[in-house]
Design a protein around this ligand. Sequence first.
Ligand code: ADP
Ligand code: MG
Length: 209
Amino acid sequence: MKFTTLPLSSQMIQTIESLGYTQMTAIQAQALPGVLEGRDVIAQAKTGSGKTAAFGIGLLHHLDVKKFRVQSLVLCPTRELADQVAKELRRIARFQHNIKILMLTGGESFGKQLGSLEHQAHVIVGTPGRVLKHLNKESLELSNLKTLVLDEADRMLDMGFIEEIESVLTFVPKERQTLLFSATYDDEILEISKKIQKNALHVKTTEQE
Ligand code: ADP
Ligand code: MG
C-alpha cells in the first residue's frame, strides 16, 4: 500500500517520498488509517518495523501549526530512544519549517529545558520522569494536548514507569487521542490500554519480540 492512498496533505506525501518511503510498512498500513481518523490505537510490531512514522505522520497531520501550544506528547523509555523519535519526527516534519519539536529527557540540564519551554513547542518527546517534573513545576502545560503517544510501552512498563505515566495522565485533557505502541502484546499492555484508551483499535503483526 502506498502513502498516497491516505488523506494526507500533498506536502506531507512529498516529504515522505523524499525520505525514500514508497510503500507503507505493514504496521503503518494497518495503523495509519485509524490514527488519521483520530481513533485510539494500540499497535504491536517488532523493532525496525516503522512504528515511529505510524504515529508520527498521524500526530503531525493533526497539528495546528498556527497554534503555538503543545499538542502532542510522545513518552519514550530512554533518552536515546527519545532522540531517535525526535529525529524521525523532524524528518517527517521537514515540509513544514515552523513545526517545533522539543525533547525533555532526564540527564540533561533542567534549567536549559526551562528556557526552551518558555519559547513553546508543538510536540514534546520525552521520558516520563522528566516530563512529570516539568508538569509539577508548571513549566509544561498540556491543556491543548490532542495526541498522547506511549512509544515502547512494554519497555516503559518493564522499567517501572507506570506511576510516572499515570501521574502525567492527570495533567492531560480527557478528550484526546491516545496511541500505544509496543514490540510485545500481552496482558500487561492490554490492562494499561483499557485504563487509558477509549474504544481502541487493535493492530497486531504476527511476530513478537
Ligand atoms: P520501530 O520503531 O518499529 O523500531 P522505526 O520507526 O525506528 O521502527 O523505523 C525503522 C527504520 O525504518 C527507520 O530507519 C525508518 O526511517 C525506516 N522506515 C520507516 N517507515 C518506512 C517506510 N515506509 N519505508 C521505508 N523505510 C521506512
Ligand atoms: Mg520505535
